[in-house]
Design a protein around this ligand. Structure first.
Ligand code: SAM
Length: 435
């Protein structure tokens, strides 16, 4: 079989001349020849109609070993020339997360070929694009009472469901689809994912749920929470409550399988508040024989209301907690079916007021977790937004045991619609208020 990274495989003879011309210049790192072609808006993001090759894909893929002999320069020079072309393409509006017919973005190719500098250029472009995307969409202005806003939410944020940030990538793909009809430069149709991210908060909260076999799934078989995440929950707890004496005040948003709440309960807190919105989860908490957070637990607190499950969406409950003057030493956030804008709203508008001066805030970091480039982009985006909110973040990189997590529909993913986690490293955030 021909090497899939060769120019003949990527730019077939059938490619329209107006597109192949740009792709050839990009592939051969001919900056001088390419620049004038990019003067027309949109030309930096043309796509070969059958392979989905963009000029970014071409410029990066040309650095593959199989192509080196066709380029005159030595390896280092090839990469330098590719960097100049990729930079120019981004400056001309090239799209950082277009996927080709192998479901690879330009950054995925750079990663696969070990081209770190080119990968870093893609991350930088992704961060700029996503910051702009956030501004244009006014995430922070989302009205939690607005039904329309809810309907627009994707399961972006946690990765459990969307994926978000591929979640965001998905949005951009949708936008690209709209352009397709009228724009022959963007006629490539990406392979549809077998299972798309169609979760939104309103639908999720109305759906029925099933607890079984170490997982919690909704009626569409979306994985809401899975037991393989236990080690992440354990590490999150340790980062939030590092060798502190008992008696901490804890707020956890999103009960799920109660994994982290069971761990929190084991630290002998003086206050342990849980916010949970889904009726089925609330019923599980109150009545399941496996639940340890029912009425007896609530009554066992050191004072009235110290141990409590607050029923409702955090968007409605948190303002009440603020009115009551509640303060916490540790706050953890892990919801489902909500987009990144909701997480951002939580840590921007509420965490600074709810967190004790020396307290710690953490969240399940599944942002973009179905693709490394998206995960890397969102690490930087969320760090900037946390900084805007007056918070420092420290990242701890954890190994994820990928045994049973490698294949869609198999192992842990059996009976789960979408493999929302694909990475062997988890980046755990520990956030503190700036001094
Ligand atoms: C991923 S699970 C949490 C898992 C949990 N960290 C654990 O250790 O088992 C997400 C939970 O958030 C809840 N949830 C989703 N949206 C919510 C909202 N707006 N307010 C409160 N809870 C919400 C879901 O019903 C679900 O129980």
């Amino acid at each position: 079989m021909a090497d899939p990274d060769t120019i003949t495989a990527r730019i077939p003879a059938s490619c329209p001349a107006s597109i192949s011309q740009i792709l050839y210049h990009a592939w051969h790192h001919d900056l001088a020849g390419l620049k004038p072609l990019l003067n027309v808006p949109g030309r930096a993001s043309v796509q070969e109609p059958t392979t989905g090759e963009t000029p970014l894909h071409a410029a990066i893929r040309a650095c593959a070993p199989v192509n080196r002999s066709t380029l005159d320069d030595d390896d280092a020079e090839v990469v330098e020339r590719a960097k100049a072309v990729v930079h120019e393409l981004f400056m001309s509006g090239a799209i950082w997360n277009d996927v080709d017919d192998h479901d690879e973005t330009p950054a995925c190719i750079a990663e696969r070929l070990g081209l770190k500098d080119l990968y870093a250029l893609c991350v930088g472009a992704g961060v700029r694009a996503e910051l702009l995307f956030g501004l244009l969409n006014g995430y922070e202005q989302l009205d939690s009472d607005d039904e329309d806003s809810d309907e627009e939410e994707e399961k972006g944020q946690e990765g459990k469901g969307e994926e978000n940030i591929d979640a965001t990538g998905e949005k951009e793909e949708e936008e690209a689809q709209i352009i397709v009809d009228s724009d022959p430069d963007r006629a490539f149709v990406p392979r549809k994912k077998a299972v798309g991210p169609d979760v939104n908060s309103a639908d999720y909260l109305r759906s029925s749920l099933t607890y079984s076999d170490g997982k919690l799934v909704d009626s569409s078989q979306n994985g809401v929470m899975m037991a393989w995440e236990t080690s992440i929950m354990r590490a999150s707890l340790t980062s939030l409550l590092p060798s502190l004496p008992p008696g901490r005040r804890i707020l956890n948003i999103g009960f799920g399988m109660g994994i982290i709440d069971s761990m929190f309960a084991g630290t002998q807190p003086s206050k342990h508040h849980i916010i949970e919105a889904h009726p089925a989860v609330l019923s599980h908490i109150a009545t399941s024989p496996e639940s340890r957070f029912g009425p007896e637990w609530e009554a066992s607190g050191p004072s009235a209301g110290a141990f409590k499950v607050h029923a409702g969406r955090w968007q409605d409950v948190v303002p009440q907690l603020l009115d009551q003057g509640e303060l916490y030493d540790a706050i953890y956030f892990d919801t489902f079916g909500e987009d990144y804008g909701q997480l951002r709203m939580f840590f921007t508008e509420y965490v600074p007021a709810l967190l004790e001066e020396q307290g710690r805030f953490g969240f399940f970091n599944g942002l973009g977790a179905d693709r490394k480039i998206c995960y890397d982009v969102y690490t930087q985006v969320v760090e900037m937004h946390l900084s805007d909110a007056g918070m420092d973040v420290e990242w701890q990189e954890l190994d994820v045991d990928m045994e049973g997590l490698q294949k869609e529909g198999e192992g842990e993913w059996q009976g789960v619609k979408r493999r929302y986690w694909t990475l062997d490293k988890y980046r755990l955030p520990t956030c503190t208020l700036m001094g």
